[in-house]
Ligand binder design. Sequence first.
Ligand code: GLA
Length: 746
Amino acid sequence: MFTKLENQIHFHYGSSSLIFEILEDGQIGFLYFGEKLPADTDLRNHQLRGMHALSPVRDLESLLSHKNARLCYAPEGHGDYSTPAFRLKHEDGSPIFDLRFQGLRRFDGSAKLSELPSLYASDTEAETLVLEFEDKQHGVGLELYFSLFSQLPLLASHSRFYRRAGQNEAERIRLCSASSLCLDLNDADYELVRFHGAWGRERYPQTQALHYGVQSLASRSGTSSAEALPALILKRPSTDEFQGLAYGASLLWSGSHCCGVDVSETRRSRLFLGLHPDQIEIELCPGAKFETPEAIFAYSNTGLNGLSSVFHRFYFQHLISPRYRKQLRPILLNNWEATYFDFNEEKLLDIARRAKQAGIELFVLDDGWFGERNDDRRSLGDWQVNYAKLPNGLDGLAKKIVDLGLDFGLWIEPEMVNPDSELYRQHPDYVLADPRYSASLGRYQLVLDFSRVEVVDAIYEQLHNCFKSLPLHYVKWDMNRYFSEAYSQGGVDIEATCRRQGRLYYDYVRGVYSLYEKLQTAFPDILFESCSSGGARYDLGLFHYAPQAWCSDNSDARARLEIQTGSSYFLPPAALGAHVSAAPNHQLGRNCPLRTRAYVAFFGAFGYELDLSQLSDEDLNLIRELNDFYTEKRALFQLGQFERIILPFGNAAAAFMVWNEERSEAALLYYQKEIHCNTAPHMLRLENLSPTDLNRYRIHLHSTGEKLGEYPAQYLRSVGLLIPEPEIYRAGPDDAALLFLIERIA
Ligand code: GLA
């Protein structure tokens, strides 16, 4: 429902309310987003007004000052000194525009962006409000889109700038920054949770009380990056995993970004998420428009697990293609850590045969199958099979794999080229590089200029030719380096070339999305998994196309506890590629028991990444047994509701669990990192059970099948499950994992 009360714009839909105020100077103030309020709620006088020292006023009668008001999508230049939502520039350098509110419109469903990923929501699942602004003098307009959802407490937002044709056409106007979401919260009594990382240790939450000034996490790498997740959480200091108010925001964007909060001296907290402001300069030509990516903003009154549950449901209901909502993901085996580049058809078929016997369903051929690729120094860009390794071609190998009863999957890295490749020799200008200077290599490779349509088309042609001859069920799309000398070559004239540079970071990502769309249109049955040196591109934009992503190149179970926990704040287990790899682990050298490795990987899109021919019969039997169990419980692990119980960061133990939709069945992982002498028995309290839950639960241990007992919910919540003595682990002493199966007693 949408109403106007005095100067307030009320948008009530589903379980949420969003309330704005039309300010005296034609700007829009932000008053409220959160749980639904009564329609007659009056938030008049909620803005700070008055003649304050050092605060220029916009309206002498009402004494409105941008410095003190809570704004929605704050413009710069009118007396507000916090981070602006956008920056426009006249030809002469003046940053002053006056985009005034003109009116609004609403429609059923969510917004459809023309060239960026849009959410899936039917007309009964969402409603959208559009606030319209214009600077009449210059014909520059802005539309702010806000969609609310019927089933989820969240808001999707993006902005669209345009310039009218036929008005001041000769003037050059540039858009120099544009957020996807920019809202002023009333106070600063929050802690900010940011997710930083690095290769092999992606998405570690870091929590800090808000302080004055800007606190942000940004990527300038051209990709969403391992170092900075394009997402953040704001929570009250007393909020924990199980209770309290929390807001979470995330971008549907796979490129550079900047997300943060700017706290002013009045303790107004400006939340902003969007494209990195240093890396765009868009010419707003007459008749042109520019869209920002979408941002998602959700709230929870039931702590961080409650917030994650909103994002996880959002992933299934509105982000990924409807075909994957209920489709269970296959157990896969990827040959990378089994063979690296050193394989031939016979070796692959031997692994595949063993995989089939072990209950694995999909065989994925990783890097090294094309060109002359026997190491990482050559052939990226040449997507034709290497007949020296695979004399029967890819189709010959794929057919044999399928004949064994396995599905076939393939690795590609389409955005890259090695200087030692046919593609580069023929088209040296296809790369991001300034030919006047030398270009930095990352893993001996250069980034292809996906901002150019002809470059995307050339890669599409090659991949289409390759895929069409194969029974292909799965593709792993990798991206193994960041931008460096980012310059787009091949411009026709100096002015056009110059314009292209300002759009480069934006158009590159659009090029990536367009290649996904072209391939998915041509091959709708392929399941895509994204990867970027492990988990360096883990944003909701890519998950829109590829419903799962390789979580990290670090597959050590103990490290994975932390990486998968950090990843779980915004994404459910089905999205997190998690494999059992060899012991000792190839990244850290740690020897985690096989059962532990599998239990941790169960809480992800499950698979293997090791040479089965190197395993003992005992291990192979255990793998078969684990796969049978996982197959039976796959819907619980992949579609269930994931909840964090003990965080692994800085703790000797960790625990998390998944519940089925009815909350009648759950699987709970308890992981003891190190054994210690003389410690009290651990009582694992399930604080995620509701205080009103009067059910009893039967619990047994997966490894031994032993029944531990039947417990009332209240007992499990308040006293806790007694973790059995270490002898029963049969897997420890260090890195001992216990999997408990929990059933509600009817
Ligand atoms: C990246 C990926 C790995 C593997 C290699 C292949 O590092 O993260 O999983 O695919 O590339 O070169």
